[in-house]
Design a protein around this ligand. Structure first.
Ligand code: CA
Ligand code: CA
Ligand code: CA
Length: 665
């Protein structure tokens, strides 16, 4: 239907007595049912009973705002509906107490939730609402799918103290966090060195900044946890305010560490049905680093109060999931509260939403509206907007669930400690990049969890969990490092630049053969996953180098490599001659470089230690010698590169190019 006409009909609707009698002239003589059918955003699958979300026209929105009684809007058709179903409330989805002007410009003030007794037939009620002219869209309050959580608590008395010597920080469980730096010794079949996010190299450059704020949209985060509390983002007006009073007048009472959008109140994590999922995810992003206890977070700082900050947008409580309207409000709150990264390890059941068009619905579904608001909110001076990162889903399907799959959000798939896809991970369509999500395996009839992701659990505890839910916060933490590093270097990124950096700073993945499917006890054919795990395995160091604008040169460990530097200059097809002696002794020492020679455009070297180093390589552009004095020759030029020495990297002997750039063949 044409929008102008819809608006005119809508204005007329305000004056009419009942939505069932709005028999307005319609040139194509479309039936009211046919008109109504076009207004549905989604279906009633997995929807909350007794609630419907509506998008009303501007005039009605203004009238509802001025209404004194919640269920007596003064809009006759809506009031008639409310009377028929015994409505208990008609409330705005979004919060106009904060940033009202921007929200009105995005039409966020036109979304309302109508509440009525759960006994009413939901589909019939929705049909009746859709026949009100003033209602432009009707959306069911879809419940997000519950994450299936198995937390295996870690007995801190039994923590092995291997690998402590080469750890950058003193957190006792850091040696078990193979997902940050995998040396291949983790107890998991075919564990592979390098199947990690290359975090230690990134930590040499930044460990986060307290002005970078990440919203954890999940179960409640246990903000009293000793390994999280110092990195919680605190609403000081509420912390120093009065209990039961909205001290900062932001529309939420006592929202010190976030807000509980399921129960409308304080954050909780101890109800029957809570699994610790939100606390685990939070720890991966920003558990406190170098404090001598527990785990480290990807962006948890260096032990000097310098980690990124997190707060909790609780959308699951005691096993109850919020509907999409409360979830949209949680996303809006994340933006209003200052987050520049939205961490989302949740989604709808696969199949509830079929494709991008259905999700977008003219970019007016209530959650899309909230995401649009978050992405357009600038909460950090070094990022023009807010970035949204989602877990791809654990259905093992060849597509991500929604909202993750939506093309403007980053969806994260999961590998195990073997560098191969996990049995549960969604892959292929809608999946953008991969991170470690961990996996348990079976040995002699028992489940072994050491290959899962290690993080915080409520009650000052720690646990192993697996899932794309666990992979996702690695990427959120890396995004936080990227923004921190940009800030340290005075670089301002646009949202699309940051998204490009994240999906392009990955190591190519190539899979062969089979592995056990630990979920079904069957076998996974790994070739099915080739080129389908997004762009590949995210690399935190490469992300920072991309922020800096420096090209990475992957170098194999412990064998002579012949690198064709031409491959890394310009479009990879230029003619240059390398100049010698530009690699410092410090770099040679750090990477254990035992021989290093230049031959034409090629660099021959052997690196005996894993690590990274920045080097400036000089070359001659044109000819074999530099010009000057009596000589007519080429121009001397130089470029900064990052040498990345990691196990698993292969370089083609002929071209000097990585066979799979940085790939784990
Ligand atoms: Ca408040
Ligand atoms: Ca208060
Ligand atoms: Ca710690």
């Amino acid at each position: 239907m044409n929008r102008t006409k819809l608006f005119i009909l809508a204005l007329m609707g305000v004056c009419l007595a009942s939505c069932t009698t709005d028999n307005v002239d319609e040139p194509q003589s479309a039936s009211p049912e046919a008109i109504a059918a076009k207004k549905f955003v989604n279906t009633s699958a997995d929807a909350i009973e007794g609630e419907l979300i509506i998008y009303v026209d501007e005039a009605t929105a203004l009238q509802l705002e001025g209404a004194e009684v919640a269920t007596r809007s003064g809009v006759s058709s809506l009031d008639a509906f409310a009377a028929e179903v015994g409505a208990t409330a008609i409330k705005p989805v979004f919060n106009l107490k904060v940033n009202a002007e921007r929200k009105r410009a995005l039409d966020m003030h036109r979304w309302y939730t109508v509440s009525f007794p759960a006994e009413e037939n939901l589909d019939e009620a929705a049909q009746r609402l859709a026949q009100c002219e003033v209602v432009e869209l009707v959306q069911f309050a879809t419940r997000i799918a519950q994450p299936k959580v198995t937390a295996t608590e870690i007995n801190l008395d039994e923590v092995a103290t291997t690998r402590v010597a080469d750890m950058p920080f003193d957190d006792t469980l850091l040696p078990k966090q193979w997902h940050y730096n995998n040396d291949g010794t983790v107890d998991f079949p075919n564990a592979k060195a390098g199947a990690d996010i290359n975090l230690f190299a990134a930590w040499e450059l930044t460990t986060g900044r307290p002005d970078v704020v990440v919203a954890i949209v999940d179960e409640g985060v246990c903000y009293t946890h000793k390994d999280l509390q110092p990195n919680m983002h605190v609403n000081e007006a509420e912390q120093n305010g009065e209990e039961g009073v909205d001290d900062d007048n932001n529309g939420y009472v006592d929202d010190v560490y976030g807000y509980n959008f399921v129960d409308n109140g304080r954050i909780t994590w101890t109800r029957n049905g809570d699994g610790g999922h939100g606390t685990h995810v939070a720890g991966t992003v920003a558990a406190v680093n170098n404090n001598g206890i527990g785990v480290a977070g990807v962006a948890g700082g260096s032990g000097n109060g310098d980690g990124v900050r997190i707060f909790s947008c609780q959308i699951i409580s005691g096993g109850n999931a919020a509907g999409v309207n409360a979830t949209a409000a949680a996303v809006e709150y994340a933006a209003d509260r200052g987050a520049c990264i939205l961490q989302n390890s949740w989604g709808f059941n696969a199949g509830d939403i079929a494709n991008d068009n259905m999700f977008e619905t003219g970019q007016t579904s209530v959650e899309w509206k909230a995401f649009q608001y978050f992405m357009s909110t600038k909460n950090h001076p070094n990022l023009e907007g807010g970035i949204i990162i989602f877990a791809a889903g654990n259905d093992g399907k060849a597509y991500a669930g929604y909202p993750a799959a939506y093309n403007k959000l980053i969806a994260v798939s999961a590998i195990g400690a073997d560098g191969n896809p996990t049995y549960y991970t969604c892959y292929d369509r809608g999946c953008n990049v991969t991170a470690p999500g961990g996996e348990y395996f079976r040995r002699n009839g028992s489940t072994v969890e050491s290959g899962c992701v290690v993080s915080t659990l409520p009650g000052d505890k720690y646990a192993l969990m697996q899932g794309t839910s666990m992979a996702c916060p690695h990427v959120s933490g890396i995004a936080a490092l990227a923004i921190s590093y940009a800030a340290d270097n005075g670089i301002v990124l646009t949202l699309s630049e940051l998204k490009d950096i994240i999906v392009s700073s990955a190591s190519g993945l190539k899979f062969e053969g089979t592995k056990s499917n630990y979920g079904t006890n069957g076998t996974m054919n790994l070739q099915v996953y080739n080129n389908k795990m997004g762009t590949g395995l995210i690399d935190a160091y490469r992300v920072l180098m991309a922020v800096r604008g420096t090209t990475c040169i992957p170098i194999p460990l412990g064998e002579q490599a012949i690198l064709d530097i031409n491959y890394y200059i310009g479009d990879g097809n230029l003619q240059v001659k390398m100049l010698e002696s530009t690699i410092s002794d410090e770099v040679k020492d750090k990477l254990g470089i035992t021989d290093c020679r230049f031959m034409g455009s090629k660099l021959l070297l052997t690196c005996t230690k894993p690590g990274t180093a920045l080097v400036t390589l000089k070359y001659i552009a044109g000819g074999n010698t530099a010009g000057g004095g009596q000589i007519t020759g080429g121009m001397e030029a130089e470029q900064e590169f990052a040498f990345v020495v990691r196990p698993g990297i292969k370089v083609d002997e002929g071209t000097g190019a990585p066979i799979v750039p940085g790939g784990w063949l």
